[in-house]
Ligand binder design. Sequence first.
Ligand SMILES: Cc1ncc(COP(=O)(O)O)c(C=O)c1O
Length: 310
Amino acid sequence: MLEENGISCNADHILLTPGGKNAIYLAVNAILNPDEEVIVLDPSWVSYEPIIQAAGGRCVKVKLDYQTQYRITKEKLEEAYSERTRLLIINYPNNPTGCILHEDEADILEAFLLEHPEVYLLSDEVYETLVYDGNKSVSMAARARVSERVITVNGFSKSAAMTGWRMGYMVSNEEVFKTAYKLYTHSLSCMSGFLQKGAVHAFACKRETEEMRRIYEQRRNMFIGILNGTKGVHCNLPEGAFYAWVYFDVKGMDSFAMCDYLMENAGVVGMPGSAYGEESVCCMRFSFAAATEDLERAAKNIKAAIEKLG
Ligand SMILES: Cc1ncc(COP(=O)(O)O)c(C=O)c1O
């Protein structure tokens, strides 16, 4: 971790889990007491809120804006904060927006944690290796002044395309680790040895994972290039992950209606922005983790279907 993202950690505080999702589940349950609050930045991945609710907590959404490329602001965080706030969950590279965490936003998060010493931060970095254009997403646990209160979650589903293997991990301070480990021992016991060996091998496959990242970058450029050449459609180039977060300027249609329309008229399935908490504009999420030819056909079909609307 130190070599790749500057996180200095104790190997005894790394917990191997069946996917990053389970790591998030364990960490949230280890930290949260009933009725405490967790701040989540919207648009957000669909599982955070149910996990928080299952732990007896309350999810407080901070709505970031499409118009400002979903950048974090101090004001928005402070507005969401209350005396019951115990945890803040962030996810960079982000599903669904493709945004990465920039240094100036990491400064804001660091200042927020220093201001509120009872708050933990969970950083979901499962798309960490999928970043484009030579950029890097900041890992908050690399910030020494707050690293004790940062739980980092990662896994092999995205970086090594090992989704079905269900291999993930979390790293935290000793206190969180010990509680999460108790939950783990009495529910999961351990991860199978052969899965662990497979995951260790994935660390050695740097050349292959870099090749995969490069191909995603090419697909991203092609898919978004075609969509951005369509009147009424706009998509910022995602900085990371493998999702195109596409804005449709079409009157009278919300993201659900647009999903139905494109499924019927373009034969393309995407996710409605409202599923991620984006209600103010009509956005859809498309995955570009598919074959290049299929993606090209999908983008051309979307273009034709939108042009048909006039
Ligand atoms: C943001 C985010 N976090 C976590 C996960 C869970 O991944 P895993 O397969 O490692 O459980 C996903 C999967 O889609 C995701 O998009």
